[in-house]
Each structure stands twice: as structure tokens, then as C-alpha cells.
Design a protein around this ligand. Structure first.
Ligand SMILES: C[S@@+](CC[C@H](N)C(=O)[O-])C[C@H]1O[C@@H](n2cnc3c(N)ncnc32)[C@H](O)[C@@H]1O
Ligand SMILES: [Zn+2]
Length: 271
């Protein structure tokens, strides 16, 4: 691992360096490396936050689903853009990295120093278990990213809350941020299997603040979900899962396979 560049201390902002089985700053704030190799950089009220972010069950369901390759067309496009938009040995940041599926695809396409973080310890643990070379995963909140100003060449951000000031702060002046949002037709047939009047997504791009929206790219295709388990897993990954009644959910259990659109919009932001 490149020892030149680590996160900053979330308490005092001094650089962290490896020290024994921990990362430590010059003011002796110390953060233990877990056995999987990740580090928890949450402080204060969030520190003991076992229940922050997505749960263990959600993390595992997402992991199992993504490993089946249904969203690989998106992963390939994110990796292509990462390779095309960066020079040699870039610093890449996966914001709200989840279980690390997309980070691993990018690292395979482009040798890089990779950071990934998420509020969910369970997600970060799964990401760290991938043992991606030259990567460090940490638990952190996107409202206070423990990285120096202007330190990231390529930031990726998929299906997660947006925080324009922090994203602009960590990105280099010539860096790129790719944020992925669901397209108009994303999972329309899946929604139609559950709701009488399914709606289409609005494709509203988040306000980038100091970052300008420079480009939109669409990845769209039809996938065939191969089992009731995959159908349930995909539905549980969507925001609709929280606001769907039990009786509507049982409609899914009658399906063995389902063809549905996937539709993603990659938004490229920069200065
Ligand atoms: C829909 S998941 C997407 C995960 C991953 N990017 C992917 O596409 O597989 C949203 C993720 O955002 C994380 N998250 C939500 N709020 C967060 C915050 N304030 N700081 C960091 N991560 C957050 C959740 O824990 C979850 O892993
Ligand atoms: Zn410190």
C-alpha cells in the first residue's frame, strides 16, 4: 500500500499514518484497523453507531445481488469513465461505497489509490473483505469526509445522498465526480408488478453548488431476473421498499422470473 497518502484525522484534521494496528495522527488520536483492514473514522455521537447506515441484512442482500452481474453494464461504464478521465495512478474515492462492487470494477480497470467510505459498518466490512490492492475503506459520514482538500482525482457516487460542499472540497481542480441516479424507466416493470399506478423517475440532477454539471450519459437495457429471491432482493434495494405495504409486497412472491428495464444516468460534475 502506498504509505504517502492516508485519510486525515476526523478529530484534528492532521494526517493519519499507520502505527501498529491502527492509524494515528501526531496528536495521538488513534483509530484501530479492524481485522478485515478497514478503519472506523466516525467520532462523537456516531462513534458507537453499530446501527448507522444500512443493516447487515441489507448489506448482504445488496452484495449477493450485485455479484450476480445484473448491473454490470453500469459498472463497466463507471470503470470506463474512471480510466478515460484520469492520468497515471490517480486517487479515486467511492463516496457511500456500499459493499464495494463498483470500487472493485474501477480498480480492475485502472491502477489507482482507492478510498471508499460508507456510514454503514457492515457495508464497509464487506468492501474491505474484497482485499483490493492499494485500497482503504473506512466508516465515515459524507457530511465530513476525512480526506484533505483537493486530494481526489476521480470521485464516484452511486445512488446515495448528495453533499455538494464536501464533494467540491475534496475534489482536485481538474478532478471529476461521477454521480449515478436512476433514469426515467429504471425498474419500471418491477414497479408495475407491485403498484397499480407505477411512476417514472424524474432524473433530477442534484445541485452541484461550486461543481458544474458537465455531461450526462445513459446506460439502459433489459434484464431478466432469474429467481424469486433476486426479484425480492432488487426490490429491497430500492427506496420504494420502505413505503410498500405487506399485501403489495406479496405480489412479488408470485413471480419466479421477471424482465425489467434498468436505466441509469451518470452525471459528470467538475469545476
Ligand atoms: C443505495 S446504497 C448505494 C451503495 C453503493 N453506492 C452501491 O451502489 O452499491 C446507499 C448507501 O449510502 C450510505 N449512506 C447513507 N447516508 C450516508 C451518509 N450520511 N454518509 C455515508 N454513507 C451514507 C448507506 O449506508 C448505503 O450503503
Ligand atoms: Zn488527530
Amino acid at each position: 500500500m502506498n504509505t504517502q497518502f492516508f485519510p486525515v484525522c476526523p478529530v484534528c484534521k492532521a494526517p493519519l499514518q499507520p502505527f501498529g494496528g491502527a492509524l494515528q495522527c501526531e496528536n495521538r488520536h488513534s483509530f484501530d484497523l479492524a481485522k478485515e483492514g478497514y478503519v472506523n473514522l466516525l467520532t462523537g455521537q456516531h462513534k458507537s453507531g453499530e446501527r448507522t447506515g444500512d443493516s447487515r441484512a441489507m448489506a448482504r442482500a445488496r452484495h449477493a445481488f450485485l455479484e450476480r452481474g445484473y448491473f454490470d453494464a453500469l459498472a463497466r461504464e463507471v470503470a470506463r469513465q474512471a480510466a478515460a478521465l484520469t492520468g497515471d495512478a490517480p486517487t479515486v474515492l467511492d463516496i457511500c461505497c456500499g459493499e464495494g462492487h463498483y470500487a472493485q470494477c474501477v480498480a480492475a480497470a485502472k491502477p489507482c489509490r482507492l478510498f471508499g467510505f460508507d456510514l454503514s459498518k457492515e457495508m464497509v466490512r464487506l468492501a474491505a473483505k474484497r482485499k483490493i490492492p492499494n485500497a482503504l475503506f473506512f466508516v465515515a459520514n459524507l457530511a465530513a469526509i476525512p480526506l484533505p482538500d483537493a486530494s481526489v482525482d476521480f470521485a464516484m457516487h452511486l445512488f446515495a445522498p448528495f453533499h455538494a460542499p464536501e464533494f467540491a472540497r475534496v475534489l482536485k481542480k481538474d478532478g471529476a465526480l461521477i454521480s449515478v441516479i436512476p433514469g426515467r424507466d429504471h425498474l419500471f416493470s418491477l414497479k408495475a408488478a407491485v403498484y397499480d399506478t407505477p411512476y417514472r423517475n424524474d432524473e433530477q440532477a442534484p445541485d452541484g453548488g461550486r461543481l458544474r454539471l458537465l455531461e450526462r450519459t445513459r446506460v439502459k437495457k433489459t434484464i431478466r431476473l432469474q429467481s424469486a429471491e433476486d426479484i425480492r432482493a432488487l426490490f429491497s434495494m430500492t427506496p420504494y421498499a420502505y413505503r410498500t405495504s405487506q399485501s403489495d409486497l406479496t405480489k412479488l412472491d408470485r413471480l419466479e422470473t421477471l424482465e425489467t428495464e434498468i436505466d441509469f444516468v451518470l452525471l459528470r460534475y467538475g469545476f
